[in-house]
Design a protein around this ligand. Sequence first.
Ligand SMILES: Nc1ncnc2c1ncn2[C@@H]1O[C@H](COP(=O)(O)OP(=O)(O)OP(=O)(O)O)[C@@H](O)[C@H]1O
Ligand SMILES: [Mg+2]
Length: 327
Amino acid sequence: MSKPRRRVVHDAPLLEGSPEMDGIRALIADVADTDAAVLIRGETGVGKDLVARAIHAASLRDQGPFIKVNCAAIPAGLLESELLGHERGAFTGAHQRKQGQFEQAHHGTIFLDEVGDLPLALQAKLLHVLQDFRFSRVGGHEVIKLETRVIAATNVDLERATALGAFRADLYYRLNVVEVRIPPLRERKAVIPTLVSQFLSRFNEQYGRRRELAPETMARLTAYHWPGNVRELENVLRRMVLLPDAEQAFAPHAMRPADDPPRPAPVVTQGLREIGYQGALAAEREALVHVLERVQWNRAEAARVLKVSYKTLLSKISQLELTPGKS
Ligand SMILES: Nc1ncnc2c1ncn2[C@@H]1O[C@H](COP(=O)(O)OP(=O)(O)OP(=O)(O)O)[C@@H](O)[C@H]1O
Ligand SMILES: [Mg+2]
């Protein structure tokens, strides 16, 4: 870290346009000249990637590498050598020394995407690296000293995962020094017209079209609740530019009401005891599914995490009729 100047956030023009995003831009500027770990939270498609890149661009390491690691996409068996690298001969097939992603991120930023999906065993390894920023490649002894900014992102409810034992609390605190929460698009609808015109001109240019939207289309785009957030809006606009019928076809009411109507009060047909029992079952099912997926259906590990005997776990699995890949 050697550059003395402080950067402002002008490399991320896409973040402008709403008070929520202005708050996030201010936060990015505040942490820009520090190495503080940042945890970015938000539903799928809200712009976590974009914010991570904006933090890097605003930081003192902006000339350094930005290395993105998708923690959910790398097979668990390979993740350690992906992150830490390996020495020649460390394992079968390791024909030469390989730099890991941490090493590649030296003097830059490492972006741990989908960090909530990291298996427990690797959470321990990651914590180890983040504790003193020293590590060795798999199969090696040389200690590598690392200077890098860590940014993590997730759409998993990490507090709940921590309470369930599926995410290490110590790692959570290590990653969550500064937290950036990006609200879902439905909570910042004022930004929709700006995004729409940005996407419209971008796709018109990209596909050589001159599409304009009917005025009532904007009202419909604003009314929709956008479960896939900005990514979904982007895709809808792309279709509208490409396909003549897409604009007509976009009917938010056919997808789901813009704002959920108030739910009718449930009709009570069960006794209190039965309601309690059903509620407990539902909570158990949720916890079990969560933990089993996290440990990739390793039942012995799941039993340990949930603090029940192996036998109890098996009988719960069969009582709740849980099967791998189905929840
Ligand atoms: N404020 C914005 N302005 C313009 N484009 C945006 C904005 N926010 C998000 N996008 C676009 O929406 C898409 C999704 O954003 P991004 O990949 O950053 O979301 P994400 O939160 O990382 O999603 P996921 O959880 O699925 O990884 C991208 O194509 C991105 O460029
Ligand atoms: Mg992302």
